[in-house]
Design a binder for this molecule. Structure first.
Ligand code: HEM
Length: 192
């Protein structure tokens, strides 16, 4: 069993992280933008487009987990650390499906199409319904938003705890080998 994640898993992980940064930044700008400003609709479309990418990446990740298994956690982790890691990762998977589905359904139930990166238009796949829009908005915006922040903080706290307090190198499992070697030798990862 390998001790680090495969390149495929790393790419999906870091792409998802990149999309989350973009999604959250766009969300904050779009909900504070004037409704009639000329760029507001585009902000929603970009937010939703990155959201659909996250949905695809997460679905792919779940399927891949059966083929390309995650490396086992190191044996020196305490049972509470294992339980917390498993819970955070599990909830992340649920949330990364929940958020795009509820976000898309809220917008679609309000009659909006989604211009996916301005390449294709995804028509509303659910009938117009104020009730559905309000339910999905609550799940996405009211609860989901805070669940996303909570999990990101928990995940980041786990990384800091392992790097600064435990210094167990567990974080290197999600970094390419060249970065680890460079850190070990003090050499820069890439020379120009
Ligand atoms: C994992 C994080 C998230 C994902 C994957 C995600 C995904 C989506 C998607 C796919 C849409 C539909 C966009 C459209 O069709 O125009 C949407 C809508 C929306 N999102 Fe998010 N989102 C996330 C986080 C957030 C956060 C943190 C906020 C607030 C700060 C937020 C606020 C909204 C709002 C207000 C809408 C519009 C809902 C409506 O039209 O009724 N989202 N989101």
């Amino acid at each position: 069993m390998p001790s680090r994640y495969s390149h495929r898993q790393m790419i999906v992980h870091w792409l998802t992280a990149f999309c989350l940064v973009a999604i959250i930044a766009l969300a904050w700008v779009m909900i504070n933008a004037k409704e009639d400003a000329p760029f507001t609709d585009s902000l929603y479309d970009w937010h939703g487009s990155f959201g659909i990418v996250v949905l695809g990446l997460t679905a792919l990740r779940i399927v891949w987990r059966f083929i390309d298994r995650a490396p086992p956690l190191p044996s020196n982790l305490a049972p509470w650390e294992r339980a917390l890691a498993a819970t955070t990762f599990g909830l992340f998977y649920v949330l990364l499906l929940w958020m795009p589905i509820t976000g898309y359904t809220a917008a679609a139930a309000a009659g909006y199409s989604l211009k996916f990166f301005n390449l294709v238009t995804i028509a509303p796949l659910v009938p117009r319904s104020d009730k559905l829009n309000s339910l999905m908005n609550t799940l996405h915006f009211v609860y989901g938003q805070w669940a996303v922040y909570t999990l990101i903080v928990l995940h980041a706290a786990g990384v800091v705890f392992n790097v600064v307090v435990k210094r167990n190198g567990i974080v290197n499992r999600m970094l390419p080998a060249q970065v680890n070697e460079a850190a070990a030798t003090g050499e820069p990862a890439r020379r120009i």
